[in-house]
Design a binder for this molecule. Structure first.
Ligand SMILES: [Zn+2]
Length: 416
């Protein structure tokens, strides 16, 4: 894509009344705009980043035999009354329409998916199955904070599974856990899957936590081997590892995802039964599995950045290559630079590599500073210097120095 065609303006000034590094960087680099506290709009660069994250998630969740659907954000009060959450879900947006009916805005979707699934479940032959959506959620947060980390409006992937019994739910739950580890590996995020006592549900649940200085939680981990001991900190004293007696370290973490064994809590509320082989009615077992996509954007921006700007991994970056010509004062030289850059641009486009070509009429220094700020993982520069020795400059955003590579060695394998 040519940069003059992209809806993008980087900003020099900081976002007002917003102290988070992630929202400041994303705003200045032209990924987001702030609508109000707790609600950011995704601009084209931000939406591409968001979609790349969604696609990594989608690919792994589809492999779990789950099917994607889309539920409503506008939900009826009755469903929330049935599960006792109309009055007890603190962050639920509730309102009355001008015509008298009461509604809640979807903060989570058990109240919608459970009665929907009920219509599809008659006997054991209809089980198991799993459904998921990538959907906007709304929560009435008193104090949205941490930039993209705690929002009033955000995107979540939520998956729900339905089973005959506890054993089948346990099996599926373990599969989801493994799929999540694969997802976070592709997102280049170190993750701890930590047992958590569910706050909303009393059953077993796991939180997927990543080390982050501004994270809202703390975990305790064995210093020698993280698989020995890893537990959510209850803000208690530092202790020794129960396996090897090494010291325990405290790490600040942020939540990426949370999974729960709901068991029969919601099937009871909506009376979701199936007929077993013996002709007996049983309650359906359920699990639910969330991933916070908007907060992942914030966490990635927080982690993959330096004093020059963002530095996203190629698996999620909105473009793989930033193509930057550095012009001189001589028209003849500039013509050669442009011919060279267009040749490379065509090659990349033909190879299906996502490339942003900076064709703007701005100074060389502006091009380079803004390129660092936007954080596209690889940069190719053509200049008078590279023309002289038939080469191009290749720089990885997260490395300090650039390589000079002969043009004849140009190929797409440069990109990891
Ligand atoms: Zn240990």
């Amino acid at each position: 894509m040519k940069q003059t065609d992209l809806f993008l303006k980087t900003k020099k000034q900081a976002l007002k009344d917003d102290t988070s590094l992630n929202s400041q960087l994303l705003y200045r680099a032209g990924y987001i705009d702030k609508t109000m506290a707790g609600a950011y709009a995704l601009l084209p660069l931000g939406l591409q980043l968001h979609n790349n994250i969604c696609n990594i998630i989608r690919k792994e969740i589809n492999l779990l035999n789950a099917q994607e659907l889309k539920l409503n954000i506008l939900t009826p009060k009755e469903n929330w009354v049935k599960t006792d959450r109309w009055d007890n879900f603190d962050a639920l947006f509730r309102f009355k329409s001008s015509y008298g009916s009461s509604f809640a805005l979807g903060a989570t979707h058990e109240e919608i998916i459970t009665p929907l699934a009920k219509d599809f479940i008659k006997s054991y032959k209809d089980l198991p199955f799993a459904l998921y959506q990538i959907q906007t959620k709304l929560r009435d947060e008193a104090r949205p904070k941490g930039g993209m980390l705690r929002l009033r409006e955000f995107t979540m992937k939520d998956l729900y599974s339905f089973h005959e019994n506890r054993q089948d739910l346990d099996k599926y739950y373990e599969k989801v856990k493994k799929a999540y580890l694969k997802i976070f590996k592709q997102l280049k995020l170190k993750v701890y899957a930590v047992e958590a006592s569910g706050e909303t549900f009393s059953n077993l649940s796991h939180e997927f936590l990543t080390p982050l200085e501004i994270g809202e939680d703390e975990i305790l981990v064995c210093e020698k081997d993280e698989t020995h001991f890893c537990k959510k900190s209850d803000h208690g004293e530092i202790q020794t590892c129960p396996v090897c007696k090494s010291n325990i370290k405290k790490i600040k973490v942020a939540e990426l995802a949370h999974i729960f064994k709901l068991e029969t809590k919601f099937s009871k509320a909506f009376d979701v039964n199936y007929l077993d082989k013996q002709g007996k009615q049983n309650l359906v077992y359920m699990g639910c599995y969330g991933i916070g996509i908007s907060r992942i954007i914030g966490i990635l921006a927080e982690k993959f950045a330096d004093d020059k700007g963002l530095s996203f991994p190629n698996s999620v970056a909105p473009f793989s290559i930033h193509l930057v010509p550095l012009y001189t004062k001589e028209a003849k030289v500039n013509k050669k630079i442009q011919d060279q850059i267009l040749k490379i641009y065509d090659k990349l486009v033909k190879s299906n590599i996502s490339v942003l070509y900076d064709n703007r009429e701005v100074s060389n220094s502006i091009k380079l500073v803004e390129s660092d700020l936007i954080g596209i993982p690889y940069r190719i520069v053509i200049s008078e210097k590279t023309l002289e020795n038939n080469s191009f400059e290749f720089k990885e955003r997260n490395k300090k120095t650039a390589k000079i590579i002969p043009l004849k060695n140009f190929n797409e394998k440069l990109i990891k």
